[in-house]
Design a protein around this ligand. Structure first.
Ligand SMILES: *Cc1c(COP(=O)(O)O)cnc(C)c1O
Length: 467
């Protein structure tokens, strides 16, 4: 018998194969990379044979290697992010990329990305201009803050603020606000990385202003309030008010900073959705600095938005970390366009996050009816319009249910899990949820145009059609 490693094809044999030539011709991929991929695939099979993978015929090994090679090239050429239809009803789904950008914001990002821009150039004066001056002007106008700054994301904002103002010093935080959000962001670990010392005050459910006062030392630099984001403590609770914290901080020459997490610029509470405080009010209540995410309730691109007193923000802007955490031109463009929508009376139409949170159930029901109609083509599918409960997600308003509608689907050909799997891995990918023996598609997070895409996704599942 041949030595198992003799079963492996030569690189030359792969280069002469139909698949190799196909990729070379159709995708005009450079030989350098095709050959490197061929080597990788052969090497992996070699390792498998060494590890004792059962002996196969030479032909079978070759076929397997060519299939693996073909798959490898195809995967590398797929778009890095695949469009997904979010039928979960979670408006800000972190795994699905949080906020959907408005058409204006997406377009602004495309223009900024594909052209030269006046990013750091003053067109009137013909000399160097400030990178984020316009965005800061918009933020000041919309929030009433003295000054503004943007960074890469809110985690960067938190780190930078702690590092700049509390390095080697103590920061007071209520035990009720020591949050961990998805993806291992913990206030305590960011604090440790920034070399600020976390002083926990109060208890999980009750923290009074006296608890802060009692923990003040010579070395206290900051009183920090953290938005509870993804959880809610209910029942016997108490927290110091912003006014109390602002007074305490002012009296002792400390900085009062709030990590707002989501950060709403739109008053969702006014329309009956939760009690998320709006940024202009938080500023009026006396915080020195606050930070929020651009892609949560704000409804824009990933960014960290810092607002507050001018002298403090000037210090942040001069800090070497400012360069480390700065935003790119596409973020500046799309965040700017999102902020411009906030100026408009049509913001509830323009900004998808706002639109999708506040859309009334009847509007969603109309969409569900349209989806049900598209599915009526398939006799093996039973689709029923059902009331559902959507969520905001993204660590915002965890306790706020939103009345919604969707379609409850059952197939006589496939069990619910298989149907959900096929929809998820289909084109386009449709992500719903399973409840008992049904797949639920919540129509709150699906646009009218995407309803047609869901129809197309079903068309590709090969269900028998009604004649
Ligand atoms: C989401 C969140 C962050 C992190 O914000 P990113 O923009 O994701 O970096 C920080 N703090 C709180 C309270 C949050 O909810």
């Amino acid at each position: 018998m041949d030595h198992p490693l003799r079963l492996l094809p030569s690189i030359k044999a792969i280069q002469d194969s139909e698949v190799y030539i196909k990729w070379k011709k159709t995708a005009s991929i450079s030989e350098t990379y095709l050959t490197a991929l061929a080597r990788d695939v052969v090497e992996e099979e070699r390792q498998a044979l060494i590890a004792g993978k059962p002996y196969e015929s030479k032909e079978e090994v070759h076929r397997k290697i060519l299939t693996a090679f073909d798959k490898r090239v195809r995967e590398l050429l797929e778009p890095l992010l695949t469009q997904v239809v979010n039928a979960t009803g979670v408006v800000l789904h972190t795994n699905l990329g949080r906020a959907r950008l408005s058409a204006k914001a997406a377009d602004a990002a495309r223009v900024a990305g594909s052209s030269y821009t006046d990013l750091e150039f003053d067109l009137e004066q013909g000399n160097r201009g400030a990178r984020t001056a316009k965005i800061e002007a918009l933020l000041r106008l919309l929030t009433g803050a003295e000054s503004a700054m943007i960074v890469n994301n809110n985690a960067a904002a938190v780190f930078m603020i702690l590092r700049t103002f509390a390095k080697g010093k103590e920061v007071l935080v209520s035990r009720g606000e020591l949050v961990e959000i998805g993806g291992s962001f913990r206030v305590s670990s960011i604090m440790a990385e920034s070399d600020a010392q976390l002083i926990e005050v109060g208890t999980t459910n009750k923290t009074r202003i006296e608890d802060y006062a009692e923990n003040l030392t010579e070395n206290t630099a900051m009183v920090m309030k953290v938005h509870q984001s993804n959880f809610k403590i209910i029942g016997f609770t108490e927290a110091a008010s912003r006014q109390e914290l602002a007074e305490l901080a002012a009296k002792h020459g400390l900085l009062f900073y709030e990590d707002l997490g989501s950060g709403a610029l739109f008053d969702y509470g006014r329309l009956g959705f939760g009690q998320e405080p709006v940024i202009p009010n938080i500023i009026k209540e006396g915080v020195d600095l606050l930070s929020a995410s651009g892609d949560k309730l704000f409804g824009g691109p990933q960014a960290g938005i810092i607002l507050g007193k001018k002298h403090l923000i000037d210090r942040l802007k001069k800090h070497p970390l400012a360069r480390t955490f700065r935003t790119d031109k596409m973020t500046i463009a799309s965040l700017g366009a999102t902020l411009q929508s906030y100026l408009s009376e049509k913001l509830e139409v323009e900004i998808p996050t706002v639109r999708d949170v506040v859309a009334d159930a009847e509007t969603i029901k109309t969409r569900a009816i349209k989806l049900k109609k598209a599915l009526a083509l398939y006799p093996s599918i039973q689709a029923e319009i059902v009331p559902l409960t959507s969520r905001v997600g993204g660590g915002a308003m965890p306790d706020v249910p939103i009345k919604s509608y969707g379609v409850k689907i059952q197939s006589s050909e496939l069990p619910a899990q298989t149907l959900a799997d096929r929809l998820r891995t289909g084109t386009p990918s449709v992500i719903g949820r399973i409840e008992e023996a049904h797949v639920l598609l919540d129509c709150r997070t699906i646009t009218d145009e995407e309803i047609d895409l869901v129809g197309q996704a079903f068309a590709k599942l090969d269900f028998k059609k009604r004649l």
